[in-house]
Design a binder for this molecule. Structure first.
Ligand code: SAH
Length: 372
């Protein structure tokens, strides 16, 4: 049976939320399913998240969940330092800064501050689907170029690409073993309630041979969109130079069982109730992301826990320096540092993948990591 995660991975927070006009996406799905039958889980997740992000800023203390850049400026500063070091050693100060799903733009603000010190601010290109978040990013960052997808990114310069909690929001596909064989997991109706159901079409051909005889209820989860975006970006970076840094909660070895989850109003909720009002995510398969990056022609420098990565870049020293400069902030800095790096907080569950053009030097930050 699907194995639900036990704790929300995007830390829910107390919220005074202001919902935008949501329409009733649940009613829309019900009509669609009554008329045409169950819809694939990926379609459900894509439409629900597009609606969710289009009408709200879900981030930070007044939203639904907190991400690492919203915890502390130190997170973006470490990433800016990582990029600045690599760019300098590659000798390509003309590289563009690219971020996928930049949220409020907080990570970009903090990393660009560090990048700007060495060479002036790079050109900023943001891939963002949400009009509300695009406006927030422009307000915080000034002149940026927004993109609907990666196809329109500049093709004449190296790209320094950052993605924090982007891949987890992309639509997943699940296959479930039934008495009749492997089937795609779809969203159907039980009365007026949206529920997961097994599809009609046999999917055995899509399943690795060693799983053909898995017990009933076994479940395989993949994210074709994440692999496709990573592979296409990797091809660009392989041809133009640059690097990709992807950070998300996830795993490196294929797991069986569902990691599909919803967070809204500071709580874990049923992902099939009230679509469009909750943040739908799944854990990211870093093994699959790494192989997509390699297929695109990149060298993977490593996959590490967020804690090890940030500590090896010197976040401990940065916290100490900030605390010396602002003694009144010492306690909140220590709390933020703990939250970002401690194995019981974001330090281990969150993974960092770094991949770069073979023509660029090796990136820093993976001293203790096995090469992915
Ligand atoms: N990186 C930010 C925000 C994470 S929330 C942070 O760490 O705080 C996920 C972000 O990805 C939001 O900006 C959301 O609007 C964006 N997003 C989700 N799905 C997307 C898609 N398919 N295309 C473009 N952006 C998407």
């Amino acid at each position: 049976m699907p194995r639900p995660a036990t704790t929300p991975d995007r830390t829910p927070v107390e919220a005074n939320r202001q919902d935008g006009d949501e329409g009733d996406l649940g009613a829309h799905f019900q009509r669609l399913i009554r008329r045409f039958g169950p819809i694939p889980l990926g379609q459900y997740m894509a439409e629900a998240n597009a609606r969710y992000y289009a009408v709200r800023d879900p981030l930070g203390a007044a939203g639904d969940f907190v991400t690492a850049p919203e915890v502390s400026q130190m997170f973006g500063e470490m990433i800016g330092g990582w990029l600045a070091d690599l760019r300098a050693r590659a000798g390509r100060m003309d590289s563009a800064y690219v971020e996928l799903g930049p949220g409020r733009g907080t990570l970009a603000r903090d990393s660009l501050r560090v990048l700007a010190r060495a060479a002036g601010r790079p050109d900023v290109h943001l891939v963002e689907g949400s009009p509300v978040l695009r406006a927030a990013q422009s307000a915080l960052l000034g002149a940026v170029t927004h993109h609907d997808d990666i196809d329109t990114l500049p093709d004449d310069r190296p790209l320094l690409v950052v993605a924090n909690e982007f891949f987890d929001a992309l639509p997943i596909r699940q296959l479930v073993k039934t008495a009749q064989g492997w089937r795609e997991r779809m969203v159907g109706l039980a009365g007026d309630v949206l529920v997961p159901v097994a599809g009609d079409r046999p999917m055995d051909a899509a399943v690795p041979a060693d799983l053909a005889d898995a017990p009933d209820g076994a479940l395989i989860e993949t994210c074709p969109a994440a692999s496709a975006i990573m592979a296409a970006l990797a091809e660009r970076v392989a041809a133009q130079g640059g690097a990709i840094l992807a950070i998300d909660y996830g795993y490196e070895v294929l797991r069986h069982g569902s990691t599909f989850q919803a967070v809204a109003r500071h709580q874990r909720t049923d992902p099939f109730a009230a679509p469009g009002t909750a943040d739908l995510t799944a854990h990211v398969d870093f093994g699959a992301l790494a192989s997509a990056a390699r297929h695109g022609g990149l060298v993977v420098d490593g996959v590490a826990g967020q804690g090890d990565f940030l500590l090896s870049l010197g976040i401990g020293q940065r916290a100490a320096a900030l605390a010396r400069a602002n003694p009144a902030q010492a306690e909140s800095l220590a709390t933020a540092l703990h939250r970002l790096v401690d194995p019981a907080e974001m330090g281990t569950l969150f993974r960092v993948l770094a991949a770069r053009s073979a023509a660029w030097p090796q990136s820093s930050g993976f001293a203790h990591a096995e090469s992915g």
